[in-house]
Design a protein around this ligand. Structure first.
Ligand SMILES: [Zn+2]
Length: 421
């Protein structure tokens, strides 16, 4: 082969390699983009949505596994097919067709073809990124290095908490983030052939809807880093909106000098997530069933006509002064003192990053450092601090994120051996 031929061949190969690398880098950063989903609004039809996004009706239906195009409902989150969809991505293996990828994942080839807007018979090049439906997460891709399995929820409702389980063949120090939030793993009862560790996935009430990344990795002894990125669908929560007008004379109360010290103190406590899991049953109601919800968790709030940038971080129960408030589960009291905004406050560390808070108490029976068992009296309902009447504000925080505490009454989320993720 002549020199110029060899040269041009090597130049061509370098170009191809660089092009492939760029392509892979680009597709690997999908999570930074706007999630390509749409929440069905009242009055929408699938046909209207397909037209709006310039997608063929049958492609939109197939991509979402919808058999009857008339069966969609308001609030449902649809994936809008296209190359930028922030869906889990796997890479084609040498010689694979789209049908072979679907076969390997035990998935529907028509759905994968629609999601990628590719013909089912198209020939794939090795390493070609292929978007797959959430929840599948690629059967073969859930194992990497010493990680034998990763278990994730298919979707989490805004304001609710999911669970992540990593199974490994040997002890490994796993690190993970949920939409950028660092998670703390703790050991959980394991299977016969593997070690299990788990972390909660607290989801803010204002996140999404859309797909958000869970990144999981660990460093092997040779210094090699094994990591994978998965996607979890965050779907709409059932939250109302509320306009709040603050009178001018309350302005002084929202002065940061008044509000900030306790915020810093509480967030410093909530950041400590390495205590062992201290409960393994559904939480008990912290106040009698006769005291109803007066303001639920998650209500979006706009102050003086501003944007809906915050939400009610807890659950309010209406009750007269002097009603006993009890611990919903075992834990250690980490704060018991009067605060400017929250009034007489108690915070319990239940382990694994889960904290509960009780605000506005008229009396506080606790001292910091004290162990509590489920049902122990913590204090009495009141209206201390920035409060307009007697009530119990109950709050649940994980890594500092406030989530719906009622889920912890309904589900046995502390027991990793039961229930779904
Ligand atoms: Zn409240």
């Amino acid at each position: 082969m002549a020199l110029w031929q060899r040269l041009s061949k090597s130049i061509l190969l370098s170009f191809l390699a660089a092009f492939l690398l760029l392509y892979l880098l680009n597709t690997g950063s999908a999570q930074a983009q706007t999630p390509d989903t749409y929440t069905v609004q009242p009055g929408d039809t699938l046909g209207i949505i397909a037209t709006r996004f310039g997608v063929a009706l049958d492609v939109l239906a197939t991509a979402n596994g919808i058999a009857d195009v008339n069966l969609i409902e308001a609030g449902q989150v649809l994936i809008i097919p296209g190359a930028d969809a922030n869906l889990p991505v796997i890479q084609a293996r040498p010689g694979e067709s789209l049908a072979a990828v679907a076969d390997r994942l035990d998935a529907d080839v028509a759905q994968i073809a629609a999601l990628n807007q590719l013909d089912a018979n198209v020939r794939l090049f090795p390493g070609q990124p292929i978007h797959i439906p959430p929840g599948l997460a690629g059967a073969g891709e859930l194992r990497f290095g010493a990680v034998q399995a990763v278990r994730l929820p298919e979707q989490i409702i805004q304001g609710r908490t999911g669970r992540l389980t990593v199974e490994s063949s040997r002890p490994i120090s796993v690190s993970a983030t949920w939409n950028g939030l660092p998670l703390t793993f703790h050991p959980i009862p394991s299977g016969p052939d593997s070690l299990w560790q788990g972390a909660f996935l607290p989801t803010p009430a204002l996140l999404g809807p859309g797909f958000f990344p869970v990144e999981i990795g660990y460093a092997a002894s040779a210094g090699t880093v094994f990591s994978r990125t998965f996607s979890v669908l965050v779907s709409n929560g059932p939250y109302d909106s509320q306009l709040i007008e603050l009178p001018n004379d309350k302005g002084g109360l929202l002065d940061p000098a008044f509000t900030q010290p306790e915020i810093e103190k509480l967030y410093a406590l909530w950041a400590i997530a390495d205590a062992p899991l201290r409960w393994s049953a559904p939480f008990s109601r912290p106040i009698g069933i006769e005291y109803p919800t007066t303001s639920p968790y998650g209500t979006r709030r706009s102050y003086n006509g501003g944007p809906y940038a915050s939400y009610h971080a807890g659950q309010d129960f209406g009750a007269p002064a002097g009603i006993t408030v009890t611990a919903p589960g075992d834990g250690i009291v980490v704060l018991a003192e009067p605060l400017n905004v929250r009034g007489n406050a108690v915070v319990i560390d239940h382990g694994a990053g889960v904290f509960t808070g009780y605000w506005h108490l008229s009396e506080n029976f606790m001292t910091a450092g004290q162990a509590v068992r489920v049902g122990d009296p913590l204090g009495l309902v009141g209206t201390t601090g920035l409060s307009t009447g007697n009530h119990l504000h109950w709050e649940l925080r994980i890594y500092g994120i406030s989530v719906d505490p009622l889920q912890f009454l309904e589900e046995n989320i502390g027991d990793w051996q039961t229930g779904t993720h």
